[in-house]
Design a protein around this ligand. Sequence first.
Ligand SMILES: C[S@@+](CC[C@H](N)C(=O)[O-])C[C@H]1O[C@@H](n2cnc3c(N)ncnc32)[C@H](O)[C@@H]1O
Length: 196
Amino acid sequence: MFHNIKESIRKRMEYLEELDTKDRIDGTPRMERLRQIPPETGKFVSLLAASAPKGEFLEIGTSAGYSTLWIALACKLNGNKLITFEMLKDKAELARETFTLTNLNNVVELIEGDAREYIPNYENISFCFLDAEKEVYEDCYDLVIPNMVKGGFLVADNAINHYQTLKPMLDKALADERVDALIVPIGKGELVCRKI
Ligand SMILES: C[S@@+](CC[C@H](N)C(=O)[O-])C[C@H]1O[C@@H](n2cnc3c(N)ncnc32)[C@H](O)[C@@H]1O
């Protein structure tokens, strides 16, 4: 999956990595920053997505589509489609540009809006990457887990660098008997839940 990444995808990844680095040092206001996952988290999420059972793949928090590109590598491998949600117009526009430049419009569907309104439409979720505002994590968790197929994965970013803010949701997941869960110290910390 990571060998021979298509040139257009590799180029867009590099472009977005540069933009994200610039954002973090030039004083760009928080809500305008891309706030992307680092590449090692991208690989980790992609590996889990490639191991997910058959079903619907969701991503909550697209930004410019950087993490989407990593998950799309897994989708291309197993023929899955990925539905990704972004509620900010400017970010959604950048993401559309990403999917067009990388020819992924047949793999990725971008939905512009609050993911919480749409998640109940998906009843066979087999993979979900959650990387949105921290205030919505618990709502998203509560909506995704009941609609997840057996063996499906929910991966949530920022489980270590925003541990205190996310603690109620993390504690809930770690004690939830519907899933096996742990926090993996990679990147900003990934909560990984596998539906039992
Ligand atoms: C940390 S960034 C996502 C970064 C992206 N996953 C990546 O690594 O390339 C979070 C994004 O989630 C979006 N977002 C936050 N809450 C959301 C919600 N309820 N529904 C859809 N998008 C949301 C924000 O607008 C922001 O662009």
